[in-house]
Write a protein that binds this ligand. Sequence first.
Ligand SMILES: NC(=O)c1ccc[n+]([C@@H]2O[C@H](COP(=O)([O-])OP(=O)(O)OC[C@H]3O[C@@H](n4cnc5c(N)ncnc54)[C@H](OP(=O)(O)O)[C@@H]3O)[C@@H](O)[C@H]2O)c1
Length: 174
Amino acid sequence: MLINGAAGAIGTFAVQMAKRMGAHVTGVCSTGNVERVRALGADAVVDYTKTDFTRAGETYDVIFDAVGKSSYRQAKKALTPTGKYLTTVLGNNILGNMLWTKIAGGKRAIFDATGLKQTRDKLETLANWVAEGELKSVVDRTYTLDQMQEAHAYVDTGHKRGNIVISMTIATQA
Ligand SMILES: NC(=O)c1ccc[n+]([C@@H]2O[C@H](COP(=O)([O-])OP(=O)(O)OC[C@H]3O[C@@H](n4cnc5c(N)ncnc54)[C@H](OP(=O)(O)O)[C@@H]3O)[C@@H](O)[C@H]2O)c1
């Protein structure tokens, strides 16, 4: 499995979850995040500033683009004959490719969104992995509620590592 955007919020969880489920994982990120992605458990890391994974000659059963920076058209070259391209972002003609590849068979393009297929069982599995320390949140920076604008500006750079936290003090009545 290849995970594009392996250093981001979704990507850092995806790497850990895929490893926990037994996949051989290749993460894709920029140079400064290569060691971080490896530390999350990735078996191999592609530095996208040096190598385009869609042209590197490797093929994958699953390509998960956690940040929507690739397209099915580019990525299908790197899929095995029945491989699946998954993306979190509605763009790059994904809906058209989803429909077409469902009809045609073989390689598939799939968009999915948070909450569409969650079941209690899946959430309990994730909660157990968190409790057992097998799934960890990667926190880049912490901001206060007053710094929300700054926090958004940082997220908008498109290069946060994992997640940011907004800390809030909640007043409780005695
Ligand atoms: N479908 C859904 O239900 C759903 C739910 C939540 C979010 N989303 C969408 O999913 C996307 C990802 O969200 P997120 O919060 O995980 O993103 P994020 O944490 O903001 O992503 C930042 C990461 O993207 C990486 N990145 C930037 N350009 C890249 C490139 N060209 N190739 C590979 N990696 C690159 C950066 O790594 P480097 O610094 O190493 O470049 C950085 O670590 C967003 O567009 C969001 O709207 C979808």
